[in-house]
Write a protein that binds this ligand. Structure first.
Ligand code: ZN
Length: 381
């Protein structure tokens, strides 16, 4: 699972004597079967190698870069052909001791970048599309805490407190029993407090957007009241899970994803509504691929919104980054354009390069009738 620390390592990487190779690879099995993406990478790296050899990098730097290329290619080739994740990001600078390979739940346009620092921006844009969840599953003696992000789950805490079983007494023992019961009551309250404190410290180490809680329904409201108020505000729902069975993590993930998907559908609906309102009133929105590309070229895009899986043929200029639909000659630099089977991929890469937000939509909506793509704008030209 991708952690904040990994992203920070990339974002904080200081430019040094040796460049970093960043690779994004679309491994989506709906588009590539049987590890075909490894071949795609191979041809990209061969082309990039020529560029590097003609660049101003010193011979020593070039040697290190080519070593990074070889290491990345070897890693990708050795990956399972049954890869289920849809994307992969790899960052390597062997000379600087940097290596990160991150499987991604959604493809980022395939590209190879050699630069002084890791090209982490697409990753940050992708991260923005997902919410990080924390799930806390409790009963009166145990609490398990899970971190859930981009379709993966990791257990980050398991707290057991020794609460004695309720004693059964009759008659003259009644008074003592009341005392014991009160004592037990205090103990499970103390246990809840331990779990709540742990959740808070987990939040401070690695902030999450939403919290879900699970356990015996009768106890959950007591537990929720124990949580720090900043965590109470993050509660997105309850899940019905037992704390101590083997399937607990898988079940926590499944039920949390249901909550996540319902929230995402709601967010998607509101985003499209706002986009169409802005576009139809001639304000800060535009729809359709031609106009969205125009806005992208003008640096106007705040958020690019597109239907997941959308592919459209088009053209691009390899010398000035122009992206268009049918221009034979680049309107910016007059060079002949090249055709591509998917201009949408280039548009997403360009949006990420510009630091725009990118939102994929999954449900059928009114966006479908306007070309399945649009953009919220920062300003109108
Ligand atoms: Zn051009």
């Amino acid at each position: 699972m991708i952690t904040r620390a990994q992203i920070d390592e990339l974002a904080d990487h200081k430019p040094g004597a040796y460049p970093v190779t960043s690779v994004y690879l679309d491994t989506d099995s709906r588009r590539h079967t049987g590890g075909e993406y490894s071949k795609v990478l191979e041809s990209l790296l061969i082309a990039k190698k020529v560029e590097v050899e003609q660049s101003e990098y010193s011979k020593d730097q070039q040697r290190w870069i080519l070593q990074d290329f070889a290491k990345i290619q070897e890693f990708v080739t050795s990956k399972s052909r049954n890869e289920t994740r849809r994307g992969l990001a790899v960052f390597s600078s062997a000379a600087a001791g940097l290596w990160q390979a991150l499987p991604l739940p959604r493809a980022i346009p395939t590209q190879v970048i050699v630069d002084d620092v890791p090209y982490a921006r697409p990753l940050l844009v992708l991260f923005d599309e997902f919410e990080r969840f924390c799930a806390v599953v409790v009963d009166r003696r145990r609490g398990r805490i899970f971190d859930i992000f981009m379709g993966e789950i990791q257990e980050i805490g398991d707290i057991e407190d020794d609460v004695p079983k309720k004693t059964r007494g009759t008659g003259h023992l009644l008074k003592a029993e009341t005392a014991v019961t009160r004592h037990i009551g205090e103990q499970w309250r103390a246990h809840y407090k331990n779990v709540a404190d742990y959740a808070l410290s987990a939040f401070r180490r690695q902030p999450f957007d939403r919290l879900v809680v699970g356990g015996p329904a009768s106890d959950l409201s007591d537990f929720e009241k124990t949580l720090h108020s900043s965590l109470q505000q993050k509660i997105a729902g309850r899940i019905s899970v037992q704390v101590g069975v083997e399937s607990t993590p898988a079940e926590v993930l499944r039920q949390t994803r249901e909550i996540e998907q319902a929230l995402a559908r709601d967010r998607e609906f509101r985003l499209i509504e706002s986009l169409l309102t802005q576009a139809h009133s001639g304000k800060l929105g535009t729809v359709g691929l031609a106009d969205s590309l125009k806005a992208l070229r003008g640096g106007q895009v705040h958020t690019l919104v597109l239907k997941d899986g959308l592919r459209v043929e088009g053209v691009f200029c390899s010398s000035c980054r122009f992206i268009g639909l049918g221009e034979r000659e680049c309107p910016t630099c007059s060079k002949p354009t090249r055709t591509t089977s998917d201009v949408v991929d280039l548009a997403v890469a360009e949006a990420m390069l510009q630091g725009c937000e990118v939102r994929h939509v999954f449900e059928a909506s009114a966006l479908d009738s306007v070309g399945s793509v649009g953009a919220l704008l920062r300003f109108r030209a």
